[in-house]
Design a protein around this ligand. Structure first.
Ligand code: GAP
Length: 539
């Protein structure tokens, strides 16, 4: 378990988030609703920055990823095909004494809904046997509430990407390998929401489905499949990459993303799923962990970390399922494969054909298709190789927005101690957000608020910066107090307009003081250089 010092950090963080307007309990005036959280003014900016940075990195900065924004409610057939209707459940137990309802694998780790950072002592009464509880929220579409109108709030954003795969392929001029990215709400009726916004019932995901050629196709085209050395840095995708190289690449890309927004390598961990943990269709899954204050500690006292994001190699399972359930083809035509196949020696063709056939038959049989029908379908699929046809495989980096917000808050939290002239010390919070994610980029302040020239100039500075970033204008209280308020909000820079800005010392006219949140260093900068100085640091 995490120790009491770690719990104290969480308590301080939760209280700061409420006091400064990062996160509020949903429906607080009615006593709250367990597992739902609202983002206040600073939280909303932080969240928006995180989602925009992800979107920019994953789509706009790349040639090989297109975006999608699908609906939350979709055809319930989608959730049958994906397996969610049949198997998306957690083991639930009831306590016969206190009537509490718990997730069987979370017993002893129940967090208090009123104080989410606190683990409440749990009743030791007799428990029922675990039973499966489906996590999808149900609703009805249309005026009649019966079996035929049941629909679900999506429990992940991924399935819409698979369902729209063909439409995106046909309209985006992409060719495999390429990805489809989506950011949006997901809903899970978690049995025991816990650890503040870490596990909630309504949350947001940032998911990429990156479609790749099956290894057999890469081999047919390139003559070989590159096998990455474990730990080798992969930054430059190559045509001979198979699923293992693409998986390693995406794990590393995602770590590079986290480092780029201030989560250092030391704050992260990895969990490589064992064969027993993997879904039957998955070839590998690596979870990127963040060492939250509530994470368990290992035998050396080091925080182990909790899942921030999972990167799974999911084979061709998802597209194959949707092809079977919808009756619509989900394969692609690849001219390069067709041309390469014709040039392969017969024994090479036979060898690749056989392996593709075995993989397809394996999938079909595991999905419940009878032996003969599976053999027939697998033969048809393998025959498709000669015509340049195959069903793409997928690598899925799937991250939670809210978990990342909590990681960024925990990572940023620090305390500074100020000592006044009389030797009295006071401790205060400084949120050391990376400037890219900081909710407010710059605090703009006139040195005094009762000097109209200072105020007018400071307002002009605010208006200069405002079209480019979130700026907070503050003229209330001593300058020290104003800096402290911005430190607590995590604002990386403050710009102060003083008498020198107005030309009291002529050589300093039209310069401002930049005060750095980290370390409190101050420097003087010409107003004309201000924007070009700030922009590269916040993008
Ligand atoms: N499409 C794959 C998928 O949804 P997942 O591991 O169930 O995989 C992906 O979820 C990510 O979504 C997790 O790594 C986590 O960051 C986030 N997530 C999942 N359940 C969550 C919950 N109840 N509350 C907050 N975030 C959650």
């Amino acid at each position: 378990m995490s120790d009491s010092k770690d719990n104290l950090v969480m308590e301080k963080l939760v209280s700061l988030c409420k006091r400064r307007g990062f996160i509020f309990q949903s429906s607080e005036i009615y006593g709250g609703i367990n597992g739902f959280w609202d983002y206040g003014p600073l939280g909303a900016e932080l969240k928006r920055n995180v989602k925009e940075l992800w979107w920019n990195t994953m789509t706009r900065q790349r040639d090989d990823v297109a975006g999608l924004e699908a609906t939350i409610i979709m055809s319930p057939e989608i959730w049958k095909a994906s397996g969610h209707v049949a198997t998306f459940s957690d083991p639930m137990i009831d306590c016969k004494t206190c009537k509490g309802r718990f997730r069987a694998d979370h017993v002893g780790e129940i967090s208090c809904p009123q104080k989410p950072s606190k683990m409440v002592a749990e009743c030791h009464g007799e428990k029922t046997e675990p039973r499966a509880f489906n996590l999808m929220f149900q609703t009805f579409v249309g005026p009649v509430q019966d079996e035929s109108s049941v629909a679900y709030l999506r429990p992940e954003t991924a399935q819409a990407i698979f369902a729209q795969f063909k439409n995106v392929l046909e309209t985006s001029r992409q060719k495999v390998p390429f990805g489809i990215a989506q950011v949006g709400k997901a809903f899970r009726n978690e049995v025991t929401p816990r650890n503040y916004i870490f596990r909630s019932r309504e949350f947001e995901q940032m998911e990429l489905e990156f479609f790749i050629k099956p290894d057999e196709v890469v081999e047919a085209i390139c003559g070989q499949v590159a096998v990455p050395l474990p730990g080798a840095t992969l930054t430059d995708p190559q045509p001979d990459w198979g699923w293992a190289a693409w998986h390693q690449y995406w794990v590393q890309e995602r770590v590079r993303f986290y480092e780029g927004i201030g989560l250092s390598r030391e704050t992260l961990g990895f969990h490589v799923q064992t064969p027993a943990e993997l879904a039957h269709y998955a070839r590998a899954c690596t979870d990127i962990l963040f060492k939250f204050p509530f994470s368990k500690r290992d035998e050396n006292g080091e925080l182990k970390g909790e899942e921030l994001e999972g990167i799974a190699a999911r084979s061709d399972f998802d597209l194959s399922q949707h092809a079977r359930f919808s009756g619509k083809p989900m394969g692609v035509f690849d001219e390069e494969l067709r041309a390469a196949w014709g040039k392969l020696a017969k024994d090479r063709q036979d060898d690749i054909w056989k392996r593709y056939y075995e993989n397809r038959k394996g999938y079909l049989e595991k999905s419940g298709v009878a032996f003969e029908a599976a053999s027939r379908q697998a033969t048809e699929d393998a025959n498709g190789l000669a015509k340049g046809q195959y069903i793409p495989h997928v690598i899925e980096p799937s991250a939670g927005v809210d978990r990342l917000i909590l990681a960024l808050l925990a990572n940023a939290y620090s305390e500074a101690t100020d000592t006044d002239a009389k030797g009295k010390s006071e401790s205060r919070v400084v949120l050391k957000f990376h400037p890219r994610v900081a909710p407010i980029k710059v605090g703009v302040m006139p040195l005094l608020k009762n000097k109209p020239e200072l105020v007018a100039k400071a307002l002009a500075v605010r208006d200069l910066l405002r079209p480019w970033m979130n700026v907070f204008y503050d003229d209330a209280g001593s300058i020290g107090r104003r800096y402290a308020r911005q430190d607590e909000a995590g604002t990386p820079f403050c710009v102060t307009v003083d008498f020198d800005t107005l030309g009291e010392k002529p050589e300093l006219k039209d310069t401002v003081t930049i005060r750095h949140r980290d370390g409190g260093r101050q420097e003087r900068l010409a107003l004309g250089d201000l924007l070009s100085w700030i922009l590269p640091q916040i993008r």
